[in-house]
Write a protein that binds this ligand. Sequence first.
Ligand SMILES: C[S@@+](CC[C@H](N)C(=O)[O-])C[C@H]1O[C@@H](n2cnc3c(N)ncnc32)[C@H](O)[C@@H]1O
Length: 241
Amino acid sequence: VSPAEIAAEAERIRWYQTIDLGGGVVTKGVDDTPKRLSRLRLPESLAGSTVLDVGAWDGFFSFEAERRGASRVLATDHFSWSGQGWGSKSGFEFARRVLNSKVEDLELDVPEISPSTVGTWDVVLFLGVLYHLRDPLGAIEKMAAVTSRLLVLETAVDLLFLRRPAMAYYPGAELGGDPTNWCGPNIAWLEAVLREAGFKRIECVYRHSLARRLAFSLSRAGNAGFLTALARGRAVIHGWK
Ligand SMILES: C[S@@+](CC[C@H](N)C(=O)[O-])C[C@H]1O[C@@H](n2cnc3c(N)ncnc32)[C@H](O)[C@@H]1O
């Protein structure tokens, strides 16, 4: 199949993630996924590791784990594959074919993730999913139950000026105009909940800087008040068993 044919087929799909399919073809995702990859501090080599990608959508991070040598990768999703979201599984299936990937897939919603449905995995990726969930505490406990070594958790965060563990609740479409966003924990909440869930070492490897949050607040792009926006951002946490 020629790059032109791959490009034409990719054009017909509505992508969330930006994925390099080779031959100069890059999917037109609404998300700048390569930029988010650098924040995750994934081990350069995942050789011999098994990796579970929960809420994988188009599969960018699953394919990346495979590229880094993972011995087995499982991508799971539901909401954006065949649930109420605007997405579909077409991007994942098309990219997997074009990349000649062996990533496995399982249609499962987050509450259905457990050792009995997926087993346990060396590395679990839980990226951009937590704040969409009505039961974030239960979701972290579920991730802990299927992680044997490292959980990589990327999420929207809020209340960053509070030192005590706390979480914001977003009625309606309060966060970013998206009614599927429900909660914004602070870093202290994430650390405390991960510790209670059995992770021995917890490390915040990325968080939006104050300068970046200040620029965003001043732009008023998020439609929130200045101080509200200043307390919000994104963070990446590593939890080690
Ligand atoms: C922002 S996307 C992140 C996709 C991918 N993990 C990434 O980081 O690029 C949110 C993901 O959470 C999944 N999800 C699971 N439960 C959801 C829910 N109740 N509402 C919205 N999204 C949900 C979606 O299917 C989607 O794959």
